[in-house]
Design a protein around this ligand. Sequence first.
Ligand code: MN3
Length: 235
Amino acid sequence: MKSLQITLIALLIVTGTHLPAQEMKQKVQEEKVNHSFAPLPYAYDALEKSIDKETMEIHYDRHHRTYYNNFLKSIEGTEMEYLTLNQLFSEMSKFPVAVRNNAGGYFNHTFFWNSLSPAGGGIPTGKLAEAINASFGSFDEFKKQFEKAATTRFGSGWAWLSVDNTGKLFISSTPNQDNPLMDITEQRGVPVLALDVWEHAYYLRYQNKRAAYITSFWEIANWAEAGTRFENASK
Ligand code: MN3
């Protein structure tokens, strides 16, 4: 009888300690994800025709860096350190709001810097141009709808051009630092172009004239990068 009790206790200890470890292994990756702080892909004054140097300096070196630092702090010592941004976004509703705001701020800004280019402007080409015509009728109609989404976003947020899971393009706007990759977002998709409409993105030059800032975005919109993102998302 006594040996049976010991066997049962031993069995409980073995199963009790073994199972959670196995579950943990399936849930997270082997190593922590290295989140880098990428350099701005051009000089602070390179977009001067649309966005002034001082705004770019403050936006990149203070706002963006703060989101990055706070993001790292918000996941420190947790299993979230083992998840990629895409994995975090796809289960965003499970994680604390500090992670949502700062992971969003970090990703959205990196994405935004690459949505702009001193060699930008003009019109989209190739498959992206075809898809814009198919979804919106024309490039001008697309611009009109995108400007509307950006102008009417109340308070702080973003305007996006994204691809949904059927390969169709759509325009949306998100509040704060949310983005279309997050499971809490109304319209989910893979973004191809983004515009930051927080006041810190334009206030020094444009003050309260958000619409003028949005119009100037077309002069630096990086259609080459958007085209590559679109083709990658459509694969
Ligand atoms: Mn910003």
